[in-house]
Write a protein that binds this ligand. Sequence first.
Ligand SMILES: *[C@@H]1O[C@H](CO)[C@@H](O)[C@H](O)[C@H]1NC(C)=O
Ligand SMILES: *[C@@H]1O[C@H](CO)[C@@H](O)[C@H](O)[C@H]1NC(C)=O
Ligand SMILES: *[C@@H]1O[C@H](CO)[C@@H](O)[C@H](O)[C@H]1NC(C)=O
Ligand SMILES: *[C@@H]1O[C@H](CO)[C@@H](O)[C@H](O)[C@H]1NC(C)=O
Ligand SMILES: *[C@@H]1O[C@H](CO)[C@@H](O)[C@H](O)[C@H]1NC(C)=O
Length: 366
Amino acid sequence: MGLRSLVSFGFVLIPIAVTISVLLGIQAYRESKGLPSNPFVDNSIKSSLYCQKAFGVTPYTNGQQYTFWAWLWAPWQGSAICRDFVRFSQPGYAFRPPTLIGQNDTGTNHCSSNVKSDVAILYRNPNQWALPDGYTGPGGLCMNVTTFDNGSYPTKTSAAEWSITWQFPRGPPTQPVHAFPNIKLDSTVFPIEISQVSAINFETEWYYGVGDDRPNVLNVADLTAAQLDANVAVDMFLDSDPKKATDTVQAKYEVMIWLGQFGASTQQIGLPQGAIATQVVNGTTFSLYSGVNGLGQSVLTWVASNAAGGVQTFNADIGPLLQGLTGLGGPTVNDYLGYIAFGSEALDSASNVTFYNKVLSMDVVS
Ligand SMILES: *[C@@H]1O[C@H](CO)[C@@H](O)[C@H](O)[C@H]1NC(C)=O
Ligand SMILES: *[C@@H]1O[C@H](CO)[C@@H](O)[C@H](O)[C@H]1NC(C)=O
Ligand SMILES: *[C@@H]1O[C@H](CO)[C@@H](O)[C@H](O)[C@H]1NC(C)=O
Ligand SMILES: *[C@@H]1O[C@H](CO)[C@@H](O)[C@H](O)[C@H]1NC(C)=O
Ligand SMILES: *[C@@H]1O[C@H](CO)[C@@H](O)[C@H](O)[C@H]1NC(C)=O
């Protein structure tokens, strides 16, 4: 904890030099006693549930900053779910306030066609689910984020624990994904030319279970019985234009790494054409699939050989998975990486399921 954080606690009215020396004394004393160094912050742990409004949640931290998002798509064409949209003027950036871009599906293509958009909205609903007032069908999604008041997570790059509980009916084959609740790395390193990246250190531990509570095991038979269709994936965007690389809609390339793949509907783009490459990353074998999505983006998906069982703990430098893609429909090392997130694409499920991301750390090292 440095001077900046001490000064920012509102002591500017007292002579700064005196204040800082007093505070440094308090800090040293408290640290020597094993107390949180900042006397105004305690060590409490809090869980917050987000169901009902558009958000990007950026918890306070002493280390690497992350933002939690829940992107919802509107797969029910022409239905009430299309009434309210918010659009983040700069997709991927946490601090821009959302802008309302439409009240209904007229004049926007976000609802009326199979278009992936940067719509991030959770609707107000009496039952706390993320659905519009006018929608009477089943389903919804809530996100639970567990934060440390002191901002000191286990490592400098550790994220807060989070989970999502959701249920959606099956969507049309043209738009089977209902939501991508995710945690995004907020780093000033973006956009970065791939050739300048020395490592992308990624570590996770996650669980998927049936019901509303955070699971501590993953039982594939239970997920199958719940008719879960979902993946668990790292999502990255790249482009030759550094600005477009940070924009999940405008970027030319999307590179995904699937650690979980549940249900027959959860199919990577390019599956019918078969795998076009394989690569082993710290003991996990990945197969590469390539194709084009509804936005015209080239999508390259690395699927872990045991994704159907769930690669629940994974710790590796995933940088090599961005290399050697040029001949396979992917970026060159002179393209820019502008975005990395980790989450679960939620397709459908017959009962409530909970994805729990207990450990997450992402670090792009230049
Ligand atoms: C911050 O709070 C967490 C959760 O209570 C605790 O485990 C950790 O030791 C605290 N860190 C510091 C530096 O006080
Ligand atoms: C949708 O919005 C447009 C423009 O805001 C308006 O002209 C139209 O009447 C609205 N349609 C419905 C069905 O509400
Ligand atoms: C959020 O998760 C925490 C930790 O598992 C749990 O104690 C809390 O009940 C959850 N909140 C809700 C509203 O489900
Ligand atoms: C490879 O995985 C092991 C086991 O999780 C981990 O201890 C190690 O740090 C990982 N190596 C790299 C280079 O990430
Ligand atoms: C699903 O979760 C919601 C919100 O926690 C709850 O109201 C509902 O009863 C659950 N449904 C089932 C079938 O458990």
